[in-house]
Design a protein around this ligand. Structure first.
Ligand SMILES: [Zn+2]
Length: 160
């Protein structure tokens, strides 16, 4: 199980994490956007597979950005820390938003208040998911993120 997790985590964050560690060593507090030559080959997978998890914590579909409920037609899933910093979809970084509120296009690094809300959401989300889905890889990843403060580590590393 531990070995499985280690491989999973490596796959999840291999690009970004190595870059962050390097940037800490050579240029602290400078967030370099990763230049990946084969970036176009990194396919974005559909985020719909995360709906069943997000619904557990947010069944009313409250927009993470504006706090208002979202109609089904306008429901979008957003990466709080921009996708281009992680090159990966992670439950601990995904929230419901209005399509019109969607921040991922702007690639802005979120404010600390937003990061804090995401951390709190992740704690609550894991507490709701852990019993029903203890062997689920996505939930295991959420647990790992919570225990290792991944949201905050990535966020700090992206402060320019
Ligand atoms: Zn909104």
């Amino acid at each position: 199980m531990l070995k499985d997790n280690a491989i999973l985590i490596f796959e999840l964050i291999n690009y970004r994490w190595s870059q962050i560690l390097e940037s800490y060593n050579t240029a602290p507090r400078i967030c370099k956007k990763v230049r990946i030559i084969d970036e176009e080959k990194i396919r974005r997978k559909p985020l719909s597979r995360y709906i069943k998890y997000l619904d557990v914590e947010n069944p009313e579909h409250i927009c993470f950005i504006c706090g208002q409920p979202v109609n089904k037609q306008d429901l979008a899933i957003d990466h709080v820390l921009p996708w281009s910093y992680l090159y990966s979809d992670n439950l601990w970084n995904l929230v419901y938003v209005h399509g019109s509120c969607n921040s991922s296009k702007s690639n802005n690094v979120p404010l600390e208040e937003t990061v804090h809300r995401l951390e709190q959401r992740n704690i609550k989300l894991f507490s709701l998911l852990k019993e029903a889905t203890s062997k689920d890889k996505i939930v295991a990843e959420l647990k790992f993120a919570n225990e290792h403060n991944l949201v905050r580590k990535f966020w700090v590393s992206c402060q320019g």
